[in-house]
Design a protein around this ligand. Sequence first.
Ligand code: NAD
Length: 332
Amino acid sequence: MKVAVFSSKSYDKLFLEQNNQQHNHELKFFRPRLDDQTVALAKGFEVVCAFVNDCLDRSIIETLNQNGIKLIALRCAGYNNVDLEAAGELGIRVVRVPAYSPYSVAEHTIALILTLNRKIHRAYYRVREGNFALNGLLGFDLHDRTVGIVGTGKIGRLTGKILHGFGCKVLAYDLHPNADFAEKYGEYVSLENLLARADIVSLHCPLTPETHHLIDDRAIAIMKSGVMLVNTSRGGLVDTKAVIKGLKSKQIGHLALDVYEREGNMFFEDMSGEIIQDDVFERLLTFPNVIITGHQAFFTENALNNITQTTLSNITAIAQNQPCSNQVTTRS
Ligand code: NAD
């Protein structure tokens, strides 16, 4: 099929081209994000291949439909950026990569927790400047600490399992508790109970209308004073302004983010020579107890290989009119 690949970086091209040898789709790579300015680039293609910050709202989907697009192939797990109702009405199918390497995201979550707790981000620069003082680098043992996992799907369960291995007490909250996880690694409790008891709260549920700003003023007030909050899921789960208030009052003692609610215009781009216009994001960067990575949790060789293989297989399945279990609909 003729595929327009949006938000494509050199690594996307490399892995897609390598894995396309078995599929022979006609791939054309576009660097920009898909939005109302760039949607015209999709004219003449049958498939749009999109990533997390591409805009697939009703108006973009209507334009894609007018331009002959039959399939939206997401090369990610989350589909909160797609108006599934609009796609369904217009007969445009949507496929995704539900699992590519939960290890990549779970391991990055652990990297953030350890970095933030033991202040590795600060120690790294100190030692390079010949400053071997330890003041300000005091951490705590993870052993015996209570961790709250919100969302015990593939990534949340792995994160909980690893932290259980560190000797943490693991609390979990999910709409659909997992019996095996409950038996081996964690105790399911209500969200309020988890927030009230956890020393570390790690978010792993999808962004939906129900989970938007799950962590707001109210949730932060319930949390333990000095809590560590970690979000490697989707930026919209956290009300950033509420979190800034929490950091200023010291209710939040540590914050690690791999995602940010207004990341769309910044993440995945080199903005080092630009003036960042987002004052809320810039305020976050001023706190010594905040660490942010730019949506890189998924970024391992294994994950990129799996993402591109599944994306191309999804496109092939649809092209050959075969059933595709990775199709998402409003009923998903
Ligand atoms: P998953 O579908 O396996 O698990 C999601 C879990 O969240 C499910 O168990 C579900 O029941 C639960 N859930 C849904 N709504 C909930 C709610 N209101 N409250 C509590 N739990 C709820 O997904 P996954 O593969 O574990 O991925 C989790 C999230 O991680 C994805 O939604 C995606 O947004 C994010 N993600 C981030 C990156 C990254 O690079 N930072 C990469 C991949 C995925």
